[in-house]
Write a protein that binds this ligand. Structure first.
Ligand code: ADP
Ligand code: MG
Length: 257
């Protein structure tokens, strides 16, 4: 079932609707271990929905989701389809950590407590071990000195780096980024981009939704252009950015500057 080439996460012919609004119309992708995928496309094309379906934050109505070679088991069909196996769901959630545009740190907890929270409460890991790991990851993202500060005392760029440390501390199989730099002023974006580039260089498995074409070109092994809930075009960054095949992608890229 599983070998070196088994993708960490794969979706096949995924369909997702909100009521009568079809948002994903048969999307397939695979995130091989150690690779970075960039998801690009206009606002409303379904990028966030696709990411959230991958780690089962959203239900989908049709198609397969496969984590480490293991198909998600469902109960019910279509609009009534939900994950059937709670242990499997938790395994997938804790192994595909999300980093959101708005950081989503707990405002009443220190940065260190934010990073330690899920490993202790969800993963039931040993507190001393988790604290050591948390401090190591805060150092790694360059905010080791902010462990005892509260989120409101940090800049946006520092908060986002704390959110990345929080994801890393789960020791996930992959990290899913949803527009990690979009809420930041341009000068703060770079500090987050540097961290993401360093993770790509260590061959972490990542899927990154981004409006930053520079970031996508720099870190991605594979770029997927989503248009109205379908993959319109995909390929290596050189090809997607340097030699787009479809008029829609050409238009999107020229509008993205
Ligand atoms: P993107 O991230 O590419 O901007 P989204 O995945 O957020 O796109 O949204 C795709 C479509 O789904 C949009 O038309 C959006 O309005 C709709 N949508 C997203 N979330 C919901 C929701 N919870 N309920 C209803 N419609 C939603
Ligand atoms: Mg989005």
């Amino acid at each position: 079932m599983q070998d070196q080439n088994t993708p960490v996460i794969e979706v096949r012919d995924l369909h997702k609707a909100y009521g009568s609004l079809e948002v994903l119309k048969g999307v397939s992708l695979a995130a091989p271990r150690g690779h970075t995928i960039a998801l690009i496309g206009s606002s409303g094309s379904g990028k966030s929905t696709l990411l959230r379906c991958c780690n089962l934050l959203e239900d989908s109505q049709q198609g397969d989701i496969i984590f480490m070679g293991e198909k998600v088991r469902w109960k019910g069909e279509g609009p009534n389809r939900h994950p059937a196996d709670r242990d499997q769901l938790v395994r997938i959630r804790t192994n595909l950590c999300m980093v959101f545009q708005q950081f989503n740190l707990w405002s009443h907890m220190t940065i260190l407590q934010n990073v330690m929270e899920a490993p202790i409460t969800v993963q039931k890991r040993d507190r001393a071990e988790v604290e050591q790991a948390a401090r190591r990851y805060l150092e790694k993202v360059g905010i080791g000195d902010k462990a005892d500060a509260y989120p409101a005392q940090l800049s946006g760029g520092q908060q986002q780096r704390a959110a990345i440390a929080r994801a890393l501390c789960m020791e996930p199989m992959a990290i899913l980024f949803d527009e990690p730099t979009s809420a930041l002023d341009p000068e703060l974006q770079q500090e987050v981009v540097r961290v993401i580039k360093a993770l790509a260089e260590e061959h972490r498995t990542m899927i990154i939704v981004t409006h930053g074409m520079r970031l996508a070109a720099d870190v991605a092994d594979h770029v997927i252009f989503l248009h109205q809930g379908r993959i319109e075009e995909e390929g290596p960054p050189d090809q997607v950015f340097g030699n787009p095949q479809t008029e829609r992608l050409r238009q999107f890229l020229s509008a993205s500057g």
